[in-house]
Design a protein around this ligand. Structure first.
Ligand SMILES: [Zn+2]
Ligand SMILES: [Zn+2]
Length: 425
């Protein structure tokens, strides 16, 4: 075969029909869960003004510095494909005066995000996120609620060994003093740390704590933990959250490496870990961002949320052999033995579909044998063959594919018969 002229760009993925049962299952769980928690859907544009992300995701982050798909549109505006949802959600909250709604305002979104990253398992340059945000309230019970949504989703999907990693990264009251302590400590270890960390110390010091380089691990391990330097309010918030997690019986570990390197992130940061494609790993991340609204020019609006990549969930589901994915198969296949029978068969199939009976009609003009092979491949429960004889008698034979059994039906009985069979399922 000659080489294809076009294939999908590097780092993007076609989600083929055979993968849909996984997606369908995830979407179904999401819809059920957000309903129980009272979250409403918010559909956001796929692109925004670049400035929203530059300020709302933040200069100095990998996303803004290296990963955004930014371009100038025909009107000369700088546009960026959304690399995440939170900034857009806050923008919409401010733009539509949602502050006047009963608080908290609770929304969820689902759709693609775009990041120019090195492609790896479950990470794509276009990937799909389920995103949850609750705005307008500082209560740690809301942090707990948002975390519970994430937990419940993975739990209902059958993920194993679920637990939270949690941390508090303080607030503008207590963080600056901690950052000074952190920098002091790191200044005593400059010869041990990587070049990126040396840069981070200047631009985004909290991020030294989530450096993945081997040489930095020992330094991170012995760094002063922020939990010991929280102000009274942050301490209280964190201990109340832990109290709720304990009450619900959720497993969690306090992880002082879990940080977000931006000023507007406040207090709670969390990840959900699960037994994944290999070792334990994070399936979602989130936290509180009480300073975000001001960072994009709004009044103070507290908020908390999380995002979860759907492709990673699918990979985890596929790695779990025991999950039963029910593929929706058509109920009945209508084979056509003679051209004269085709109009009748087309009409019957059309009637059945209006009654929501999933059925297929043979297209083209293949041999009956080829048609039966197709019926087998498609895994239908019944086949009906219509030819001259059936037209003359106004009767068909319904063949049960799994049992050696047939029944005879008059033309008038066909629709009722399959509507009933379909309801039995
Ligand atoms: Zn604080
Ligand atoms: Zn480092």
């Amino acid at each position: 075969m000659s080489k294809l002229q076009f294939t999908a760009p590097k780092g993007v993925k076609d989600v083929l029909p055979e993968e849909q049962p996984f997606w369908h299952l995830i979407e179904e769980k999401i819809l059920n869960i957000v309903k129980a928690y009272g979250y409403k859907r918010l559909i956001l544009p796929i692109f925004e003004d670049t400035g929203l992300y530059a300020r709302g995701v933040g200069q100095g982050t990998d996303i803004v510095e290296k990963e955004m798909y930014t371009f100038e549109d025909k009107g000369g505006n700088s546009i960026t494909l959304r690399p995440e949802f939170t900034a857009g959600v806050m923008r919409a909250y401010l733009q539509h005066g949602m502050a006047s709604l009963p608080k908290p305002v609770k929304v969820w979104s689902f759709g693609p995000v775009f990041r120019y990253e090195r492609p790896q398992a479950g990470r794509f340059r276009q990937h799909t996120q389920f995103n949850v945000e609750a705005l307008g309230e500082q209560d740690p019970a809301l942090d707990f609620e948002v975390m519970s949504i994430a937990y419940q989703l993975y739990d209902e999907l059958g993920f194993k060994n679920l637990s939270f990693q949690i941390n508090s990264i303080g607030c503008p009251e207590c963080r600056p003093a901690y950052l000074e302590k952190l920098k002091e400590y790191y200044n005593e270890h400059t010869d041990e740390i990587c070049d990126d960390c040396k840069k981070r110390l200047k631009t985004n010091p909290l991020r030294v704590l989530d450096c993945k380089k081997a040489q930095c691990q020992n330094v991170i391990e012995n760094a002063p933990p922020i939990s010991k330097h929280l102000c009274g309010e942050c301490k209280e918030h964190f201990s109340t959250l832990k109290f709720y997690l304990d009450g619900a019986g959720y497993k969690y570990q306090i992880n002082h490496r879990l940080v977000r390197g931006l000023d507007y992130y406040t207090k709670t940061v969390f990840e959900v870990w699960a037994q994944g494609i290999g070792a334990q790993n994070a399936v979602c991340g989130g936290g509180r961002y009480d300073g975000l609204s001001q960072a994009i020019g709004g009044p103070p609006v507290p908020g908390v949320g999380f995002a979860s990549g759907i492709e990673r969930i699918v990979l985890t589901l596929q790695a779990q052999q025991d999950i039963e994915i029910k593929e929706q198969k058509p109920l009945v296949y209508f084979a056509v033995q003679s051209e004269a029978a085709k109009p009748f068969v087309v009409q019957i199939v059309s009637k059945l579909r209006r009654n929501h009976v999933p059925c297929i009609v043979a297209f083209g003009s293949r041999s009956l044998k080829a048609q039966m092979r197709e019926a087998n491949k498609r895994g239908v429960k019944f086949t009906v063959v219509t030819g001259e004889e059936e037209l003359n008698k106004q009767k068909v034979h319904v063949k049960y594919m799994e049992e050696q059994k047939e029944v005879e039906l008059s033309f008038e009985e066909i629709v009722d018969f399959f509507v009933n069979k379909n309801n039995d399922d």
